[in-house]
Design a protein around this ligand. Sequence first.
Ligand SMILES: C[S@@+](CC[C@H](N)C(=O)[O-])C[C@H]1O[C@@H](n2cnc3c(N)ncnc32)[C@H](O)[C@@H]1O
Length: 484
Amino acid sequence: MAGLGKRRPPRQRSGVSGLAHKRPSDTRRAYQTDTSDELPDVLEIQGLSHDGRGIARSPAGKTLFVEGALPGERVRVAVHRTRKRYDEAHLRELIEAAPTRVTPPCPYIERCGGCDLQHLELDAQRRHKAVVLSELLARQGVEVDLERIEVLASDDVAYRRRARLGVRVDADGGIHLGFRARRSHRLVSVESCTVLVPELSSLLAPLHQQLASLEAPRQVGHLELLASDGQVTLVIRQLREQPADLARWRAWADERGIAVGVLAGREQVRFEWLVTPPRGLQVTVPSARGPLSLGVGPSDFLQANAQVNQRMIETALDWLGTPRRVDEPLLDLFAGIGNFSLPLAASGYAVSAVEGSPEMTSRLADNAAGADLDVAALQGNLHDEGQVARLLRTHDAEVVVLDPPREGAEALCRALAKSTVSRVLYIACDPATLSRDAAHLLQGGYRLQRVAMADMFVHTSHLESMVLFERQGPSPRQGVRKDG
Ligand SMILES: C[S@@+](CC[C@H](N)C(=O)[O-])C[C@H]1O[C@@H](n2cnc3c(N)ncnc32)[C@H](O)[C@@H]1O
């Protein structure tokens, strides 16, 4: 089968989105306000960076990243940081707006750093993310036409079922509950949030009041909110024990039918239910057998956008299809609570699922047993080269699905490059590490077959992606005669 992407020599970093590569030391430098060459009073924005900032150039050709500005706009800016290769600025005055600019739905847009693309119309946000994905793949020499990138989308508001909110008590005893501001660790207090599902957003104002009524609100580090099927859960990060406040939380939660857990202790953090959910926590995923119910713990990984998660599972089932033979072995790696493992098992694959967290591994096993699906749940460290090599050798899988955290899965992809696995479905929450890891797969003889951009975090520059690779020609181990 011909690959989707044409293989070209890897491209140098460039492109319409003018790539800003932050080195760790950059963030440690102090703010400065002088630029290395004089900027004109009004700047033209020429592109949009991977992280959603407008790109302009100084007369001497130095790149300037402008927060809040869009391609095609004419703007006045204030530079807040200069660096050797580029400067950083924010919008001071919009002289001429781009046709793609919209009025953001969120009242906190000026201050809250949560959603950095709300001022760009939705289609343009998604087009931009597809461009980012194609540029990062082009760095590995794979040219993918934008029209071939499938877009997995959801509603643009009220989509987020999980959030962590910072808590701060100021010198006057004022309570702040919300998200971080842009370019800062400062907390922006919010009383509602347009992207949170309504059952979570509607809790923000009562939570402010509740925090204000506590004896020791400074002992609350942060709050986590989770909306699972028919149940809202609040997890309180309690820095020091405060029995009177815990009693207040219990009463508050009982009144609202909310489950409450506490993460207590400073060094050794332990979780305890304060108000236990009567029927546990469940989420639903699609499968060929109909909807499947997965148990989830309050601190387990859970894809933040339920609609996009559903579309990602459907896409995985569609791309991989039914097994090519009875009990085709499939490894689901970084498996969490079985979000992909169970639907794939329901399609007939013989699934072995590997997860790093012991709690999630046992939840996955329980979920499989509860759905009467035969999934082997294994706990392991998938960043360990030895473990990964052993896993691929002993399982002899024909299909591998991997869904690593942001740091990607370089050791695993190096091992896959030398394996006989015929299809690899990579689900990525960071397109840069996906692109790095894809290089190993491509060098190992895989070709890219399908690509999707999953818009998990609408209105932010964050993007998730799915890429299906298929081995072309003989695998490295084929053709090596066992008798030497
Ligand atoms: C992006 S989540 C995906 C989970 C799951 N596939 C899903 O869709 O819900 C990544 C998962 O990898 C697990 N993980 C992180 N580091 C790991 C490691 N070194 N070895 C194995 N699993 C790891 C995390 O606990 C988390 O469940």
